[in-house]
Design a binder for this molecule. Sequence first.
Ligand code: AHR
Length: 497
Amino acid sequence: MNTITIHASGDHQKISRHIYGHFAEHLGRCITDGLWVGEDSPIPNTRGIRSDIVEALRRIKAPNLRWPGGCFADIYDWRDGIGPKAQRPVRRNFWGNVPEDNHFGTHEFMDLCEQVGCEAYIGGNVGSGNVREMRDWIEYLTSNDQGTFANQRRKNGRDAAWSIPFWGIGNENWGCGGNMTPEYYADLYCQYQNFIRNYADTPMMKIASGYGGSDTEGKDLAIFMDKITNRRFPVKTDGISIHYYVYLRNQMQHSATKFGDSEWFTVLKMANHIGHVIEENSRILDRFDPEKRMWLIVDEWGTWYPNEPGTNPEFLYQQNSMRDAVVAAHTLHLFQAHSDRVKLANIAQTVNVLQAMILTQGEQMILTPSYHVFDMFKAHQDATLLPVDLACETYASGDDSLPAISVSASRSDSGQILLTLCNLNPRESQSISCAIPDAAVTAVEGFVLAADDMTAHNTFEQPDRVQPTVFHGAAPEGQHRLNIQLPAASVVALTLS
Ligand code: AHR
């Protein structure tokens, strides 16, 4: 038997809506032939941006979108992506070795953000650009004066400056973004942050490219933080980004949809490890920033199956199953549990790449099981995190194990409680006794995402095989207790009022 106690009058911090962020890179078919179909496409679009995708992202209240990469950010020259499309240069995007026509550039990205109703997170080029180019780009975007860059923007069709709340200074500079040491990047970071200026009257956070990935214990982050601290002039660092992929290179001949119990467990085990990574990196940040002013930003996360036949490594297209949905739910729960430090995250990526929300094929568009998790969890955005006690069974595989259940609860401004749960065990359902001692619950409504097979996924032939259905497994027992029956390999969202 599993037990949960929700402390409904307890107050943790707010859950930043920005942990529900997305990521769109010029990679595979994420942008070209994904989000961007062009003005002349027969696929319904607004100024070249696919309308069904915009509607889907609006539905899940996508709070922010990171662009143009990723690794691509560090080879991108923003000047290639402005002005008349016919005159934009075609460059080789060497991440995938394909031509990039630059038809989707600054104005198209900002248009996409405005259509979706989300905020822009732009990654600047440190790897192969320079400080002046980055400075000029920000002036082009955010200045309302009569300077050359603002006037160029006006000439290109946009009168008012944009607000850019999040600015990344490089990407994975310890790896694809320049193969730097943390010491070297720290010096570069100080230089860049000194010379880039936000001209808008809305704030812009300066975000350092941190040292995640191979440095899950935060060793390089400690070196970086040490190097930027106690300089002659103060250094502005509002956030540190880390990346965490459930990446299974060489571990197994792995497919996104053909797997058994042991592969399910391995993926969930690796997904669970992000909790440790967050704790280690937070511990380092606490030493330098005890007031928790700086955000820990996980601006790339998700599953990555590099042996996916026929699609990887070039295009990074992969299917998305119930397993990915459980990974998404559990990861979001872990972000929420660390809401005091983790305030922004971006699942990789939005369309047709890695753990995508959306897959397209010509005119067809399907929503993945991971998308449905974001939909079911959206009321957590900006709600107050509630303390939850969980005592649960273990889900064992060989000599190893994981907690069978993961859970999170929040209270909205109107007083409604959202309780989300997932069952990590793909074979056994879970009975849960849930106590809510300090609130009277009179109505329970909810949805469940589950399937008849742990490998179930949506296809262009069967687009609705995995989708949320009304949940009938929650039986109230008076006003302070609920008995919940979680199906195997499932995600559940319950609204308690
Ligand atoms: O998301 C794919 C790639 O993974 C990104 O470009 C890079 O930042 C990371 O290594």
